[in-house]
Write a protein that binds this ligand. Structure first.
Ligand code: SAM
Length: 381
């Protein structure tokens, strides 16, 4: 299939299996700006690495217009990895042609002369990515980091300046901007991620990779849900759905030592963090982790308890679809009679979805910000 310009690629991209809606796009002006900026630097033999590609725009766009020899890609979300393969099949007629999907680490960055990055949401994630680039790529590497101007902050420049001697913001175009970073300062010392902190209020050590929700801190919704854990039933198989650093999984496992717990998330950084959190608290034998999109690989009816602090942000916009997807998944994976414990912001109207997808739902607690509900999976045991 002849694919020679970005117009052959970008309009065909979709987000599935991630949530799709008319107001949610699979690519943005930053992808185009990054690719146009890269075209000015690209030359034969220059190793190209893409980090943070949302749904494949950078990877498939690079294959179309940059003619890279080899192209390596890292995406934190399994949904992004899957969307890239599905889009490659659609656009190129081949799900894995021309690129290799890798974790953030040495193999991804060895030999990279140019790195294209969609700027992440948090400074911690940017810090970990910049550290990896400096540690594993060569001394001549150039990092092009792009984002929507409204989501960029001077803190991002400061993080990049810690890792690179030259950090130069380029002119903005269509409300996007690229920052060019070069002259890696050299990564001495041990890797800083995961960051490990002791949370004295719950007597737990928490491990956090850069990209994980809430970092090594306790989210206030999670804190409220944790107060109900001692009164929850001792499940045979409990699931921490959207586990982040795995605090709920670890605390449930500790208080219910006879239960097996699965901590699952779509984010590679989250499952790596949850695995480390379980390990440093002596719970590795009880907690297993799984990177998965809304438990898609788990059989129906295999859990008797699910803990859920759902996301309510999709990308930078606010969209309830991501939380609703997890509630629907909980209904599928719970056995009849099984329990879903959910914490959510009081203004979010999750109640009808809980009743529809899971079963009868009661409010177990409310504070000024959050509601905790218990839904019992309908059907005969
Ligand atoms: C509000 S955070 C809660 C994290 C953690 N449970 C806690 O309480 O600190 C929601 C989590 O859901 C995850 N998530 C969002 N959509 C998901 C999906 N489709 N499949 C699996 N996990 C998902 C996010 O990556 C994020 O870690």
């Amino acid at each position: 299939m002849a694919v020679e310009s970005l117009d052959d690629v970008l309009p065909k991209l979709r987000r599935r299996p991630d949530v799709e809606a008319p107001n949610l796009q699979a690519w943005d002006a930053t992808d185009r700006l990054l690719l146009d900026t890269a075209a000015e630097l690209m030359r034969p033999g220059l190793g190209l690495t893409v980090i943070g590609d949302r749904y494949g725009a950078l990877t498939l766009g690079a294959l179309a217009v940059l003619d890279p020899g080899a192209l390596k890609v890292h995406q934190d979300l399994i949904t992004g990895e899957q969307a890239l393969r599905l889009n490659a099949a659609e656009v190129l007629g081949n799900a894995g042609a021309g690129f290799t999907q890798l974790p953030l680490g040495p193999e991804l960055l060895e030999g990279a002369g140019l790195v294209l990055l969609q700027l992440p949401k948090t400074l911690a994630e940017l810090d970990q990515i910049a550290e990896a680039v400096v540690r594993h790529a060569g001394p001549d590497v150039v990092l092009l980091a792009g984002g929507r101007v409204k989501h960029m902050s001077l803190g991002m420049n400061a993080v990049l300046e810690r890792h690179f001697s030259s950090v130069t913001p380029q002119l903005a175009r269509q409300k996007s901007r690229v920052i060019a970073a070069s002259g890696p300062r050299g990564a001495g010392g041990p890797e800083r991620f995961p960051i490990i902190e002791h949370l004295a209020e719950i007597e737990l050590d928490v491990a956090a990779q850069g990209a994980v929700f809430a970092g090594p801190k306790l989210d206030i919704g999670t804190r409220f849900l944790l107060t109900f854990v001692p009164s929850m039933r001792a499940a045979q198989h409990a699931i921490d759905l959207g586990c982040g650093t795995g605090i709920l999984a670890a605390m449930y496992a500790r208080q219910h030592p006879g239960s097996t717990v699965t901590a699952t998330d779509q984010s590679a950084a989250a499952v790596a963090s949850a695995l480390a959190t379980a390990g440093i608290n002596g719970l590795a034998g009880q907690v297993r982790v799984l990177q998965d999109d809304a438990m898609a690989t788990l059989a129906a009816g295999i859990a008797d308890l699910i803990l859920l602090n759902p996301p309510f942000h999709v990308g930078a916009g606010v969209h309830a679809g991501a939380g609703l997807k997890l509630i629907e998944a909980a209904g599928r994976v719970l056995a009849p009679g099984g329990e879903l414990w959910t914490v959510f912001n009081r203004h979010l109207a999750y109640f009808p979805a809980l009743e529809r997808h899971v079963g009868p739902t009661v409010v177990k607690g409310q504070n000024s910000k959050f509601t905790v509900t218990l839904s019992t999976r309908r059907g005969l045991r």
